[in-house]
Ligand binder design. Structure first.
Ligand SMILES: Cc1cc2nc3c(=O)[nH]c(=O)nc-3n(C[C@H](O)[C@H](O)[C@H](O)COP(=O)(O)OP(=O)(O)OC[C@H]3O[C@@H](n4cnc5c(N)ncnc54)[C@H](O)[C@@H]3O)c2cc1C
Length: 508
């Protein structure tokens, strides 16, 4: 046989042969928080497995590299947004985007994961063959050229939204506006907003981050919202955590604080479900304390829905309230009738003058990185699948997906998912199985929406999302304690997962 040569596409070719796709045991799509975490778990818990990470962009970090708007930060604490296996050591628990990006990149380089990433590889399609017990994964390579890889297990860590653009509702008269319109997902590096009048459209996490962050330079920042969101202030530093770090080893302190924050989060989430009115009044009273009796808290801070029907917005060190108190920022609750040359005309008849309008109107949900899935020649309609333990999908073999919590930090679930995938792979290796497929056997399972959230981006995408079932293991509990039991300790062979024997589970 002629000497094999490695060609740019990642495929192996001999002098006169067609390129043969590179083969791996596991192929991870995405080098964000989840993909780097998944790789760590794989190389520590499934030491013999070969794997590669395909990343569409030319950088690691995903969300934390893409978003560059002023003030970009987490809105959950880093003791739970950080990896279980790597303590968060910085003083701030609510961290800025660049610190999170550094944390992800340091994790990748410390563990040699950065050497496993193929950048500029946008995965477009994956075809499963039960006969060969493998996926053929198609990607567009760095120069747009088609590239193929082969793997036994496909692990999607591609996040949940469209990287190419954010969600932008069309408004009347946008083309008339003489100022600049900016979407936070595509923040211009050189945007000068010094002494400019800014209107931020939106009321979600991005809007409440941007508004106080821009007040430093802008003449005034107005947050224009159609309807309010629950907003809760919290110190950016966790005093208990900072104290425990002084008296305990880093890992021990991290584990204690992580569980403390998990339990506090679960308590308040549970209370919101059981006593929504009580929670609502509690949150609004805190806002009244911040802004005083004169402020119309009911109009601007009292949502139409109950706490945790949508994600709560967190403001560190009351920065949004401080900006409002100082007169540098204000909130307008109204609807846009039309853009004008100089700003916005609202349904109430009021006009808002603006030099820059920021459309903090959210994300466009995208499942599995927009990839097509084909199983034994049939294109899979993901909306007809049921999520299995929030990790796999009915009738799709050897494919897992990292999808975080909606009511707690993303990484809590992504970490559990990675640990479960490793258990599954080891289980199959030990018993000589080459693939596993969640099968929907129980006729009593009732289908429910995957996410019981009323947030716009979930509602807009609900038709394309997989479903969850009314019972275990198809039910999503959005509960770290229950998922820990199920994913770390529960039986792998639970009667729902079908295991298929094969010669070897190793691709290479
Ligand atoms: C502004 C913002 C703030 C947030 N704040 C928080 C927070 O405070 N707490 C929290 O829990 N969650 C937060 N989230 C959710 C956040 O996305 C997750 O916390 C986490 O970063 C997701 O990591 P991920 O690796 O799963 O996905 P991502 O960060 O989205 O990374 C996915 C990676 O996959 C790559 N990819 C996608 N499709 C393909 C493809 N087809 N082929 C190849 N590569 C592909 C992308 O390029 C990207 O690098 C926030 C989200 C946003 C947008």
């Amino acid at each position: 046989m002629a000497d094999s040569v490695k060609i740019d596409s990642g495929a192996i070719a001999t002098a006169n042969e067609k390129p043969r796709p590179e083969q791996f045991d596991v192929l991870i799509v995405g080098a964000g928080l989840s993909g780097i975490g998944a790789a760590y778990h794989l190389q520590t818990e499934c030491a013999g497995k070969s794997f590669v990470i395909l990343e569409a962009r030319n950088a690691t970090g995903g969300t934390w590299d893409l978003f560059r708007y002023p003030g970009i930060r987490s809105d959950s604490d880093m003791f739970t947004l950080g990896y279980r296996f790597r303590p968060w050591r910085e003083p701030k628990a609510i961290a800025d985007g660049s610190s999170i990006l550094r944390y992800i990149r340091e994790t990748a380089s410390e563990h040699g994961i950065d050497r496993k990433i193929r950048f500029g590889h946008h995965v477009t399609r994956a075809c499963w063959s039960s006969e060969d017990a493998r996926w053929t994964v198609e990607a567009a390579g760095a120069n747009g050229e088609p590239v193929q890889f082969v793997c036994n297990f496909l692990y999607m860590c591609s996040g949940y939204y469209d990287y190419s653009e954010g969600y932008m509702p069309g408004w009347l008269g946008m083309e008339r506006f003489r100022g600049q319109i900016v979407h936070p997902q595509k923040w211009p590096e050189d945007l000068n907003y010094s002494r400019k009048r800014i209107v931020v459209i939106g009321s979600g996490a991005t809007a409440v981050t941007l508004v106080p962050a821009m007040t430093g330079e802008a003449a005034h920042v107005t947050m224009l919202q159609r309807s309010p969101t629950y907003i809760v202030a919290r110190p950016s530093q966790d005093v208990i955590a900072n104290f425990l770090r002084k008296i305990l080893p880093a890992r021990a302190a991290y584990a204690v604080v992580r569980w403390k924050n998990v339990l506090i989060g679960m308590y308040f989430y549970g209370l919101s479900r059981r006593k929504p009115d009580y929670m609502k009044q509690g949150i609004l009273n805190l806002v009244r304390k911040e802004l005083g009796a004169e402020y119309d808290v009911d109009k601007h801070f009292s949502p139409r829905y109950n706490p945790w029907d949508q994600r709560l917005c967190l403001v560190p060190d009351s920065d949004l309230f401080a900006a409002i108190r100082a007169g540098k920022a204000s909130i307008v609750t109204d609807e846009i009738e039309t853009f004008t040359e100089r700003g916005l005309r609202l349904r109430s008849g009021d006009e808002l003058k603006a030099d820059i309008i920021v459309t903090a109107t959210g994300l466009r949900l995208k499942l599995l990185g927009g990839m097509q899935i084909i199983v034994d020649g049939k294109l899979v309609d993901m909306s007809r699948t049921l999520g299995y333990k929030g990790v796999m999908f009915s009738d799709i073999p050897n494919l897992a997906s990292a999808f975080g919590y909606t009511n707690a930090s993303w990484t809590l679930k992504a970490d559990l998912t990675a640990a479960y995938v490793c258990r599954l792979l080891n289980y199959m290796d030990e018993r000589g199985f080459s693939f596993c497929t969640p099968r929907r056997r129980d006729p009593d399972i009732v289908e429910e929406p995957m996410v019981n959230f009323t947030s716009g981006y979930f509602l807009r995408a609900s038709a394309m999302l997989p479903k969850q079932g009314s019972k275990k293991p198809w039910k999503l509990y959005q509960n770290y304690a229950l998922d820990t039991l199920s994913l770390r300790l529960g039986r792998v062979d639970d009667g729902t997962m079908e295991f298929t024997p094969g010669h070897s589970n190793h691709a290479v």
